[in-house]
Design a binder for this molecule. Structure first.
Ligand code: CTP
Length: 398
């Protein structure tokens, strides 16, 4: 899909700039034309010669060439681009973009371009988590900038955390999907996806949780986003990076997930409830570490709120997709959940099926709806996500 597309690749002064070389190669190999624009500081991290060679175009950094006065027109650059991709994007550049500061060629181009803008932030974990950076990102998101969330991992500072630029292949795939108009079937739709395991704290050290890896929910969030939907991924604990183009909101407990999801549902077109939400939580949280003694220990549990059931009550024409993980009498249980929670359809997993369930990369599911059941073969979780998105599309068209 990138064949013949004009990608303006912005590089800013981050150590992750070395990955821009790989990214440029990937875009070129996919058939795109690439023009690189760098901030002055970016030249300290990767040389213009490297990027000019890979992109097969001279690099642009300054407003004009001091030798001969030739003008690098930010307006023409902005018009040329089918997509302005800034990778890596530093906290500094993101802040300037959010506030309209235009003190280099990359930033003036940003202001004058009407092309879709994609940023892949890269910075230290504390800079990324800082309220100012988060505010700037929220502002950019509000104005339509696509943000490819950084991953969790080892950082140049030696620290580990969220701030590593997404991998070049993920960034290239995002741009590819963004420019692929055929796949934009869910453009303008808003979806909430819940994923991962909730954590119910017993004391500051212990908790009750489950084996959910979050992979299925993350795959669904990514698939809906790739089809153009605006996706809020409300995520319990997982080790996964947010899929490209998805807004992720991290929660711990079932109660936190309930609050976040119910609030967002008002303005959503639908929700896919993939999280493994704890059904019970300790009645009392002990704010100090519980000490053992020789006897046993009884922890009283109380029911959590059923998030899906609450959305079912507030549904009013929205699409609601549920999951059911069963070990016996599977279809009957799933049918019961379909009715009780007012799901449009339930994605049923049976723990009895090989290749289904937690942690793996495959899943074997059956769709259950009012019309009956449809058993799918063993598929990757990505393929299952596509089937779910196809079914959601059919429901929207009805
Ligand atoms: N769900 C939810 N909020 C909860 C519990 C479950 O949103 N507090 C959602 C799940 O994300 C899933 C569906 O409801 O989509 C699962 O239904 P549920 O009845 O909770 O399944 P189980 O916990 O497996 O039920 P049971 O113990 O009755 O088998």
């Amino acid at each position: 899909m990138l064949k013949g597309k004009h990608i303006l690749l912005g590089i800013t002064g981050s150590i992750a700039a070395y990955k821009a070389a790989v990214l440029c190669r990937l875009l070129k190999t996919a058939g795109a034309e690439v023009q690189v624009v760098m901030t002055p500081l970016a030249k300290q991290f990767i040389t213009p010669l490297t990027m000019a060679t890979l992109s097969k175009n001279p690099i642009l950094v300054e407003f004009f060439d001091p030798e001969n006065g030739a003008w690098n027109s930010h307006v023409a650059l902005g018009e040329w681009a089918d997509c302005f991709l800034i990778a890596p994007a530093t906290a500094n550049t993101l802040a300037k973009m959010a506030h309209g500061i235009a003190d280099n060629l990359l930033l003036t181009t940003y202001l004058s371009s009407r092309a879709p803008v994609v940023v892949a932030p890269a910075m230290d974990l504390d800079m990324f988590a800082h309220a100012t950076t988060q505010r700037n990102l929220a502002e950019l998101r509000r104005t339509g900038v696509h943000i490819i969330e950084p991953a969790d991992g080892e950082l140049a500072s030696g620290l580990a955390g969220k701030g590593r630029m997404a991998e070049p292949a993920q960034i290239a795939a995002f741009v590819d999907a963004l420019l692929d108009e055929k796949k934009k079937s869910l453009q303008g739709k808003r979806f909430i996806v819940t994923a991962g395991a909730t954590i119910e704290a017993i004391d500051p050290v212990r908790y009750i949780s489950n084996h959910s890896s979050g992979k299925m929910g993350y795959a669904i969030a990514g698939e809906l986003a790739a089809r153009g939907a605006e996706v809020l991924l409300v995520s319990g604990r997982t080790a996964l990076p947010a899929p490209a183009g998805v807004t992720r909101y991290d929660v711990l407990s079932a109660e936190e997930m309930y609050q976040a999801v119910v609030k967002a549902f008002d303005t959503a077109d639908g929700a896919v409830m993939c999280a493994a939400v704890a059904d019970y939580t300790p009645e009392h949280y002990t704010d100090h570490k519980l000490k053992k003694d020789d006897g046993g220990l009884v922890i009283r549990l109380q029911r959590t709120k059923d998030i899906a059931a609450e959305l079912g009550r507030r549904k009013a024409g929205r699409i609601l997709v549920g999951f059911a993980l069963e070990t016996d009498n599977e279809e009957a249980h799933a049918q019961e959940k379909l009715r009780r929670k007012q799901f449009d359809f339930v994605v049923l997993n049976s723990l009895r099926d090989a290749g289904a369930g937690f942690r793996g990369d495959t899943n074997k599911v059956t769709f259950i709806d009012a019309a009956g059941s449809e058993a799918l073969p063993l598929l990757t979780k990505g393929e299952v996500a596509q089937r779910i998105a196809d079914k959601i599309e059919r429901l929207i068209q009805k």
